[in-house]
Design a protein around this ligand. Structure first.
Ligand code: IMP
Ligand code: MG
Length: 186
């Protein structure tokens, strides 16, 4: 397997900048939900690293649940616009304050489908928190209540975001030099 340093083009968000912003988001969310209980829903797998850090900066009582959708195949870099629910929630969300926690909003199709799906279950409130947003790539408008960083239209990896399922563990967000990257053959 390639060492990421071989194809890392640029670290666009270093670890300290990420962590500082996550503290700010946690503070803002805690303020907005003062006196309420919050149910955080993480979309697997990209959102897990962000969720784990963000929830520790949320001071109102909160619970977590997970769901998975498929929108990208390995080696495919463009969203298809079609999203399938591959793992449903464990718990009922009726009358709960739901906050969707996402790694990145790109075309917007994933989050838009997930919002439509969750609305049918009648949460009390439903908001979206994404770490990253590629605004210039948006094909469908989605309401984003909390956004960590708006980033340029480049494929990024690290901090939960994968490159062919690898490198999610890196503590920063980096861009890929595609000419130097070789997909794994596993
Ligand atoms: P959308 O449906 O086009 O908004 O795509 C959202 C999903 O695509 C995200 O949840 C990611 O899983 C994936 N994605 C989009 N851009 C990137 C990227 O630059 N790196 C890694 N995954 C990405
Ligand atoms: Mg994702």
């Amino acid at each position: 397997m390639q060492d990421y340093r071989e194809f890392l083009e640029e670290i666009i968000i270093p670890e300290d900048v990420l962590q500082k912003r996550i503290v700010e988001l946690g503070t803002e969310i805690s303020r907005d939900y003062q006196g309420e209980t919050l149910h955080l829903i993480c979309i697997l797998r990209g959102g897990v690293v962000f969720l784990a850090d963000l929830m520790r900066h949320i001071t109102v009582p909160n619970s977590i649940d997970f769901m998975a959708v498929s929108s990208y195949g390995a080696g495919v870099r463009e969203s298809t616009g079609k999203v399938r629910i591959t793992l449903d929630l464990q718990e009922d969300i009726r009358n709960r304050n739901v906050l969707l926690v996402e790694d990145i909003v790109d075309s917007g199709y994933t989050i838009s489908s997930v919002i439509d799906f969750l609305e049918t279950r009648h949460p009390k409130t439903l908001k979206v928190c994404t770490l990253l947003s590629k605004e210039e790539r948006r094909e469908i408008q989605v309401p984003i209540d909390y956004c960590g960083f708006v980033i340029p239209n480049k494929f990024v990896f690290g901090y939960g975001l994968d490159l062919d399922e690898l490198y999610r563990n890196l503590p920063f967000i980096g861009t890929v030099n595609t000419a130097r990257y070789t997909p794994p053959d596993h």
